[in-house]
Design a protein around this ligand. Structure first.
Ligand code: IPE
Ligand code: IPE
Ligand code: MG
Length: 245
């Protein structure tokens, strides 16, 4: 088991993004309903948040519901909407007291119930001045949808002549992402032995280190986060350059 003390405290990643995957399989293995797996993921999430605070992580982003997850059976979709809403209501005061700023990235509309959107906005307002850590929920989030929204907004500015198309560069695009001030993830962790990105943070993950683990999300705990960070600390990041240059 990896402990916080095993990590190089001077090289903690600034931003860790997580794909919390494997809830359904976790439940199935126990003869439970898929939705029981989602419920069991709550403890995994909050133990991981504790671990993140313990090692001084400043940004953590978790994939809670994708733009593609609407393809699931209506019962499961409804459960996930209600579950995320109740999790927010039950946990937000505690997160606030711990100095966590809670934010959401994703499309705020479509099939997301109005009441859920209101709780999202309230939670963001409640925690907006906290700076110990920013916990971002990717909810009704898709990397391609985010790029579409960014390009639409850039095109609108260009049409209103507020932006010269020749001036569109990486900085302009980054500024039109859902959370423009969010640094790119240094580390992406995906659980459950799936080796794909699934439309997560497509723009922002350009140079992230990828760590995959077979652990199913409901079994994930802070020690698994520490192990992923330890693996990250053994990687050599080059960003296209060569070592030592
Ligand atoms: C991740 O677990 C949670 C969501 C996508 C909402 P899954 O529900 O995808 O679990 P598996 O992948 O089917 O096991
Ligand atoms: C990605 O997991 C989305 C979330 C964890 C919310 P999925 O389980 O939806 O991804 P795929 O379908 O296996 O690619
Ligand atoms: Mg899955």
């Amino acid at each position: 088991m990896t402990a916080a003390a095993d990590l190089d405290a001077s090289r903690i990643p600034r931003h860790v993004a997580i794909v919390m995957d494997g809830n359904g399989r976790w439940a199935k293995r126990r003869g439970l309903k898929r939705t029981d797996g989602h419920a069991a993921g709550e403890e995994a999430l909050f133990d991981t948040v504790e671990g993140a605070l313990e090692i001084g992580l400043k940004w953590m982003t978790v994939f809670a519901f994708s733009t593609e997850n609407w393809r699931r059976p209506l019962d499961e979709v409804r459960f996930l909407m209600r579950f995320n809403e109740s999790l927010l209501l039950r946990r937000r005061d505690d997160l606030n007291e711990r100095g966590v700023r809670v934010r959401f990235i994703g499309r705020r509309g479509g099939r997301v119930p109005k009441r859920v959107l209101r709780h999202i906005e309230d939670t963001e307002a409640l925690t907006h001045s906290n700076r110990r850590m920013t916990l971002t929920f990717a909810f009704n989030y898709g990397g391609r949808a985010e790029l579409v929204d960014a390009i639409r907004s850039i095109a609108t500015e260009a049409r209103a002549r507020k932006l010269d198309p020749a001036k569109v560069d990486e900085k302009v695009i980054a500024r039109h992402m859902y959370a423009a001030d969010m640094p790119d993830p240094d580390l992406l962790v995906r659980t459950s032995g799936e080796y794909r990105i699934s439309n997560y943070l497509l723009w922002q993950l350009a140079y992230a280190e990828l760590v995959f683990t077979d652990t199913l999300w409901p079994d994930f705990r802070r020690a698994d986060l520490f192990a992923a960070v330890q693996e990250f600390q053994q990687r050599e990041r080059r960003f296209g350059a060569i070592e030592g240059a």
